[in-house]
Ligand binder design. Structure first.
Ligand code: MN
Length: 385
């Protein structure tokens, strides 16, 4: 079998480093062509020395010299800047682009990779939250598959293998995050550290805070809508604290398929890279004796209003999800910086949606302008809070 040649956009983050672990376990299957990082120059250099890609990109231009000096004895091309990050996916030597960039920054490189005809392994859900209609439309036009890496969507994707009938309903499971059992009135006092203690999944800071507000699940509802063409009313978030069932699909005859496993991103990452094949994967196997009860509950929309905002944004369409995402990025960063209390995250997002101009049928330029305007408005509202 020919080796699959991979570009990893965002190789120094949580998904990026786990992707390289998958690659290292299967050197016969994969070769790394491109690695990119935002500003973790040190780790990017170490990864480049180990995996010997054709090229690396460091987005922060001020770190160019550090990276190029460290790699000067290797036949590795070094580029810097956001334009380079976008252009690099055009290389003929790339088969799959794994997008593990943070937030909105995933959008433009994903669009570029689709236009270059590359298979997309998508770990960056914000790309579909912000511009799902445009991105999935482009993928259809360029006949490029978007293979989900997000564990729930990978689960759905796995449930759909071999199925031809329409989906009746999706059950999107949620761990419930660290505040599932905290009384609602105590949410006003939770700290950054409380929010970063996720009970079941080990992830980056941004997505961990999104899990604590359940905005992450709201984003995933939107992501599922665009990936699987299922309307909002047929996508049900379901709190399942054990996180053993990674999501389920119900078909028109009432049959339900689920994908199960111990929580680990290794399987969804590897499946996206080896699809439609399955390969050996060194992850803990489920011992059902450890889980005498798998439990399920409806999410509490009142306690976690971000989930409600996301459903409403999906129903409203246009630029509302883009505005919501921009405001959420500002709010989460402010919360991590200690400048915003937990309930302020929701308040900031909903006020930004109310004050930012809505466009019903946005072009790519409209999305870019809306993202910038929403950030500007969110910063202004944050200043007055
Ligand atoms: Mn997920």
């Amino acid at each position: 079998m020919e080796k699959k040649r991979i570009a990893i956009l965002g190789s120094t983050g949580s998904i990026g480093t786990q992707t390289l672990e998958v690659v290292a376990e299967h050197p016969e299957l994969f070769s790394v062509e491109v690695l990119t990082a935002n500003n973790n120059a040190e780790l990017l250099v170490r990864q480049a020395v180990e995996f010997q890609p054709d090229a690396v990109v460091i987005a922060s231009e001020s770190l160019y010299r550090q990276v190029s000096d460290a790699l000067k004895d290797y036949p590795i091309k070094v580029y810097a800047g956001n334009d380079a990050l976008e252009q690099i996916v055009d290389q003929d030597s790339i088969d799959i682009v794994l997008v593990a960039l943070l937030g909105y920054s995933g959008l433009m490189p994903t669009i570029r990779a689709i236009k270059a005809g590359k298979i997309i392994a998508l770990a960056n859900k914000e790309t579909l939250v912000v511009a799902g209609e445009l991105v999935t439309g482009l993928a259809a036009r360029y006949r490029v598959p978007i293979i989900p890496v997000d564990s729930e969507h990978s689960a759905i994707f796995q449930c759909l293998a071999g199925e031809y009938s329409a989906i009746d309903r999706i059950y999107l499971t949620a761990s419930g995050g660290p505040f599932l059992n905290l009384p609602e009135e105590k949410l006003a006092y939770v700290t950054r550290e409380d929010a970063l203690k996720h009970p079941r999944w080990n992830m980056g800071a941004k997505i961990t805070v999104d899990s604590a507000t359940m905005m992450n699940k709201g984003f995933e509802v939107i992501e599922a809508h665009w990936l699987f063409a299922v309307p909002a009313c047929d996508i049900r978030a379901l709190v399942h604290p054990q996180s053993i069932i990674h999501s389920m699909v119900q078909f028109r005859d009432g049959a339900i398929k689920a994908q199960l496993g111990e929580p680990s991103m290794k399987i969804p990452i590897q499946y996206a890279l080896t699809y439609p094949d399955r390969m050996e994967c060194k992850v803990k196997r489920v011992d059902f004796a450890d889980y005498p009860a798998l439990t399920f509950a409806e999410p509490d929309f009142k306690k976690f209003p971000c989930l409600d905002i996301a459903y409403n944004a999906l129903r409203a369409g246009g630029t509302i999800p883009c505005i919501m995402n921009a405001a959420n990025e500002i709010a989460v960063q402010a919360f991590l910086d200690g400048k915003l209390k937990y309930p302020g995250i929701y308040a900031l997002i909903s006020e930004t949606i109310e004050t930012t101009a809505f466009i019903a049928k946005p072009s790519l330029d409209d999305y870019m302008e809306t993202d910038a305007m929403a950030r500007h408005n969110a910063m202004k509202i944050l200043g007055g809070m």
